[in-house]
Write a protein that binds this ligand. Structure first.
Ligand SMILES: [Fe+2]
Length: 492
């Protein structure tokens, strides 16, 4: 066998094999072999000495991870490139542990493949000319591997971070990722506040508030740079003496350190290498950028919320009933949501949507909205437009999907006889069915210029009478278990 610049492509997708083969063939002197799955790949790998093997991870029969493990046993010096979609940290780390040297992310193009192949063959060539020993090839492989690996890890980190808009989830993710990236058992992330590092999330250590003065955190804050504490120094997590290296990495926005990530107790017992520190710093920059974006998003969102609130205020200025009504409806609906075990997101939607639900009344004329007597048919038609008007006001905003539904459907009835869309049953979102019970109960128990208020018991009887016709019976049941539903009223 000779090292003839041979390459093997293992993938069950014929299109991937073909595209990759045609790109690699165009690189001078390289003759790629093909295999349809891990078993065929292994067969070929045992009979040839390949420089590089490209392999898919998900294949029928012998899958990529098993294939990787087997090939590494028989041909430890072959560079293995894993072909993947977006690599998650889990798959990247797993493939890395099994001996993958590099990743080729789909969809790939001519440039990404040739750059990758050239990089691997150049470094291998360089190494061979200097020293042909197996050991040095292995060392080179692992250097190359760790560099490229890190680039790919950071790429997948960015992708995962993109979906986190709330800081609590972000803190959890920071700690989870840092422990994997830095292979550390003790990880904490804290926010700098009033002279303390307030640990928001930790793994292997306690969540606590640590005074910054006199600790290595002070050093990190002042220099805005990482600090690597060595065994023998004070462990800021425990106040004891460090038994293994402890790395603190600053998180900054506009050059201002707002948070610190700490990692220590490496799984493999080694020190943090230059490469790893560099990786940690890059990681902190990416996350800080995400946090900055989240802060901007929050400002924007809050502006939007206050703009909508001022719209609601302008209706309330015309019609004081609507204001108190909206507040009470929201409170009743929240009690029902609590009884039915809804989550925080849903309760937030009720909180804001309940407040907004009659926002469309802004488009109803005063003479109709404030009319003390019974409404004519025309006037009734006009007032019945308010769910659609409200929906139109909030529709262009890309936030508030649940609130939009609360506004548009709050006059729909469980049996389909409501308006504006006449939808029924489970087609009406649960939050709306809840708001509808709260809305009607409050309307019945409020005094209006044209009629007296019903007693609590009469209103409850009416809700029961209309269970499963106007209202979702389950929601009525839940309401009757709330404090207000049992006649205990509200604390507003
Ligand atoms: Fe309404």
């Amino acid at each position: 066998m000779e090292m003839g610049g041979k390459i093997l492509i293992v993938d069950d997708d014929p299109l991937v094999r073909e595209v990759l083969q045609s790109i690699i063939s165009s690189i001078d002197g390289l003759r790629p072999d093909l295999a349809r799955d891990g078993s065929e790949g292994l067969e070929k790998a045992r009979n040839n000495l390949y420089e590089i093997i490209f392999t898919d991870l998900k294949m029928p029969g012998l899958n990529g991870m098993d294939f990787l493990r087997e090939v590494k046993k028989s041909s430890p010096d072959t560079s293995i490139v894993v072909i993947t979609g977006f690599p998650t940290i889990e798959t990247a780390v797993k493939a890395m542990k099994e001996g993958a040297d590099d990743f080729l992310t789909k969809p790939f193009n001519f440039d990404s493949v040739t750059t990758l192949v050239n990089r691997i063959t150049n470094v291998r060539g360089m190494l061979r000319s200097r020293d042909d020993s197996e050991e040095s090839i292995r060392r080179l492989n692992s250097d190359l591997f760790s560099k490229v690996q890190k680039i790919n890890l950071l790429k997948s980190i960015s992708t995962e971070l993109d979906y986190l808009y709330n800081n609590k989830e972000l803190y959890e993710k920071i700690v989870e990722m840092a422990s994997k990236l830095m292979l550390s058992r003790e990880v904490s992330f804290g926010i700098v506040e009033n002279g303390f590092l307030k640990i928001k999330k930790a793994e292997g250590v306690r969540e606590q508030e640590i005074p910054i003065g006199g600790s290595i955190f002070e050093q990190v804050l002042n220099t805005r740079n990482f600090y690597l504490a060595l065994p023998g120094e004070i462990n800021p997590h425990t106040g004891g003496i460090l038994e293994s290296p402890f790395l603190s990495i600053p998180f900054a926005i506009n050059n201002e350190v707002f948070g610190i990530l700490n990692v220590s107790d490496k799984v493999d017992g080694t020190r943090y290498s230059e490469d790893e520190i560099c990786l940690g710093l890059t990681f902190s920059k990416k996350v800080a950028l995400r946090i900055e974006n989240n802060a901007l998003y929050e400002v924007f969102y809050n502006n939007l919320v206050s703009a909508l609130k001022s719209l609601v205020n302008s209706i309330e200025a015309r019609d004081s009933y609507t204001k108190q009504h909206s507040e009470r409806v929201t409170a009743y609906a929240l009690q029902i949501a609590e009884t039915m075990g809804l989550d925080d997101n849903e309760k937030n939607a009720i909180n804001f949507g309940g407040y907004l639900h009659d926002i469309g009344k802004i488009g109803v004329r005063d003479t109709v909205l404030l009319k003390p007597g019974r409404l004519t048919d025309d006037e009734m038609r006009e007032i019945r437009l308010h769910p659609v008007i409200g929906h139109n006001i909030i529709e262009p905003l890309r936030f508030f999907p649940n609130e939009k539904e609360l506004i548009r459907y709050h006059h729909e009835r469980f049996d389909g006889s409501g308006y504006p869309d006449g939808i029924a049953g489970s087609k009406i979102p649960l939050l709306v069915r809840i708001l509808s019970v709260a809305d009607t109960y409050d309307a019945m128990t409020s005094t209006r210029p044209y009629r007296a208020a019903k007693s609590h018991q009469d209103a409850v009887n009416e809700l029961l009478r209309c269970s499963n016709s106007q209202f979702d019976g389950e929601v009525v049941k839940a309401f009757l278990q709330t404090r207000a539903g049992m006649g205990g009223g509200l604390e507003l």
